[in-house]
Design a protein around this ligand. Structure first.
Ligand code: BDR
Length: 318
């Protein structure tokens, strides 16, 4: 089985991607590390436990508390889109309590899990990259123990969803994204914002997906309602997704990590992150002409097998 370690800021699309991973027969989830991001860390921890409860995996997947704030940047969140609690504002009165968290902290746990399974762990990061950056600072050999890193974040065409040119996960901690893209020597696959927008799921599929009659589908429909309403509103007209469907960003990174045949087209480019620009701080920079002299290149996802994703998503809710 493929061994996965998942770093999240559970939000709606993080929840969807955790559910996809847990439903994949060829995947073993070794742990979930939580980070600030879509909402404050306390909510991220609660949301992650709620997802595990719905999937019947509460006692089996260890969840770890990670960084509550970015390295240097001012803390931001995406509660406008994901809801005040980060999960669509549909509280569960019987939600599991935080006493179920592991005692070990996320960064140390990541390093330990990677070392104990050296060369076998695929890390999927769908949050700001703070936990990963602290891990490599603490243990510079950390990336060498990973098989691969899959990231949802950054952009290829300076089309920002959070600032003029910046995508949320990178803008939420630009220094961390910079450290990770510079110091992680394992293969890195990136699902960037513009790509995710172009591959949005048609609303007709979303309706079919949520009409499955299971507890998991009911949960997902409830927690997704608020963000889907947003995504359908005129406010989002300027997005490149407008009218095309629901953009489940984190799912693209997760599906690529779970299934090696999911990516159908990609390009390898050296990448870094702008740290100082007035409008461009947090923007991913692609070094096509190799000015930076970086030897390691990232794999930028250009196209995927959308039918495969739809099948995975249907299976995830059954
Ligand atoms: C990213 O930001 C978050 O709001 C989503 O969960 C996704 O990880 C998209 O920019």
């Amino acid at each position: 089985k493929k061994k996965l370690l998942i770093d999240v800021d559970t939000g709606v699309d993080d929840a969807q991607s955790i559910m996809l991973a847990l439903a994949s027969p060829d995947v073993e989830v070794l742990g979930i590390t939580c980070c600030h991001g879509n909402t404050k860390l306390e909510n991220v921890l609660k949301n992650t436990l709620r997802v595990l409860k719905v999937c019947g995996r509460l006692w089996r997947i260890p969840v770890f508390r990670g960084c509550a704030k970015p390295l240097l940047a001012k803390k931001i969140n995406a509660v406008d889109y994901h809801g005040a609690d980060g999960l669509g504002e549909v509280p569960d009165p019987d939600a599991p309590g935080l006493e179920l968290l592991q005692k070990k902290k996320a960064v140390k746990a990541m390093i330990k899990i990677a070392k104990e399974n050296s060369g076998e762990v695929t890390l999927v990061a769908t949050a700001p990259l703070t936990n990963l950056a602290v891990a490599v600072e603490l243990e510079p050999s950390f990336p060498k123990h990973l098989k691969a890193l899959y990231i949802m974040g950054g952009n290829t065409e300076s089309r920002g969803n959070t600032t003029v040119c910046g995508e949320f996960n990178f803008v939420a901690d630009p220094e961390a994204a910079h450290i990770v893209l510079d110091r992680f020597t394992c293969p890195i696959y990136i699902a960037c914002w513009e790509f995710c927008c172009l591959r949005s799921l048609p609303w007709s599929f979303v309706d079919e997906w949520f009409s499955i009659d299971t507890k998991k589908a009911k949960f997902l429909k409830e927690i997704s309602a608020l963000s889907m309403k947003k995504a359908r509103s005129p406010e989002y007209e300027k997005e490149i997704t407008a009218g095309k469907g629901f953009n489940p960003c984190d799912l693209f990174a997760m599906a690529a990590a779970v299934d090696d045949t999911f990516i159908t087209e990609s390009e390898e480019v050296a990448v870094t992150v702008e740290l100082t620009g007035a409008h461009t701080r947090g923007m991913m920079v692609l070094d096509y002409m190799e000015h930076l002299g970086k030897t390691d290149k990232a794999v930028i996802i250009k196209n995927v097998d959308s039918e495969k994703l739809k099948n995975m998503l249907m299976d995830a809710l059954k």
